[in-house]
Design a protein around this ligand. Structure first.
Ligand SMILES: [Fe+2]
Length: 338
């Protein structure tokens, strides 16, 4: 079924010969579209500057600015489509006219019926393109909203944990900051960086399973207490695994205490079997843990923390990540850990 035509559709007919202008104008209006005319390219551009036009139908051979030059000027500055019409077919090859920016091409003497069919087809295409662009924009907006809600939920989780354990308050945030700086330094792509950021914010969420007396206990921990703390990567994985993130957040959290030589926990993974996001968070985590105060020991300071990590690069920690971390801390360490 034919769609009802829209009076809001605006067409501009450009031709130096008034009878042709009038003929085409009448046909376009009879087809149900708003139409106006211009006698040359300059006048057409003035109209386009003043008001919205969807389609320009223009002659090619005109005194002053010809139709091809007009087409180029329109495609450069305006959103209107152009249909060109000419009697000098031998001078203009269809492909060249299209390459110059025209959307369609009709030969003079113009068959008005054919012209209107082409106009309608062009308008349908424009409508489809506009509809697609609108849908894409809506999709992009809802994805942004979803991403923001996810980030909010993650921040709430992060703060909930830190309420139970004032000593690690701010730890997850600082680790995230440092991990992101390392990621940027290493040229990690934006998509993966989002995963690092969100995983960093909740990497210790599993500590919610550990009694807070143990988390805040001053002095040395007993073997059993230590073992209880060591369940937190797996506990974090269990908490996060059923949320369908676009990033492997649960897996990164599970792996943040793994070490390159397999001496880490919970799975004893080695080298590349540990996700790069987890390797980055591991280095940032160790730096922050050592550089800041803990209930069972005073802060070691940033320099000592970096020394420790550099001494174990290639053994416990990923060599490239430690080196990127050293460069980042050299530049911004003071601001991150004062
Ligand atoms: Fe941890």
């Amino acid at each position: 079924m034919e769609k009802p035509i829209s009076r809001e559709t605006r067409v501009l007919v450009v031709d130096d010969e008034q009878p042709i202008r009038n003929l085409v104008n009448r046909a376009v209006q009879n087809a149900g579209y708003a139409c106006q005319t211009a006698g040359d390219g300059q006048e057409a551009l003035e109209i386009l500057k003043r008001e919205p036009v969807d389609v320009v139908i223009t002659d090619i051979a005109m005194p002053g600015m010809n139709g091809i030059e007009l087409t180029r000027a329109i495609r450069e500055k305006f959103s209107a489509d152009v249909i060109v019409m000419t009697g000098f077919v031998e001078d203009y090859v269809f492909e060249d006219v299209i390459a110059d920016g025209a959307s369609d091409f009709v030969q003079k003497p113009v068959s008005l019926k054919e012209m209107i069919i082409r106009l309608k087809r062009l308008l349908r295409e424009r409508e489809n393109i506009a509809r697609r662009a609108k849908m894409e924009e809506e999709l992009r907006q809802s994805f942004c909203l979803l991403k923001r809600s996810l980030e909010d939920a993650i921040s709430v989780l992060s703060r909930a944990l830190e309420m139970r354990d004032p000593y690690t308050a701010g730890h997850q945030k600082r680790v995230t900051q440092l991990a992101c700086m390392i990621g940027i330094e290493m040229g990690i792509d934006d998509e993966m960086m989002d995963g690092i950021r969100l995983a960093g914010l909740v990497h210790d969420i599993g500590k919610i399973n550990v009694p807070s007396e143990i988390l805040t206990k001053p002095g040395k921990l007993s073997r059993i207490e230590h073992d209880l703390i060591r369940i937190h990567p797996e506990a974090g994985f269990d908490i996060l695994k059923d949320i369908e993130f676009p990033w492997p957040i649960a897996e990164i959290v599970r792996q943040h205490h793994e070490r390159m030589d397999g001496s880490g926990y919970p799975q004893g993974l080695t080298g590349d079997a540990i996700r790069i996001e987890a390797r980055i968070i591991a280095v940032a985590d160790v730096i922050d843990a050592m550089a800041s105060h803990r209930p069972y020991r005073p802060a070691m300071g940033l320099e000592k923390a970096l020394e420790e990590v550099e001494g174990k690069k290639g053994i416990l920690y990923d060599r490239d990540i430690v080196e990127a971390c050293a460069r980042v801390l050299e530049r911004n360490g003071k601001d991150l850990f004062q």
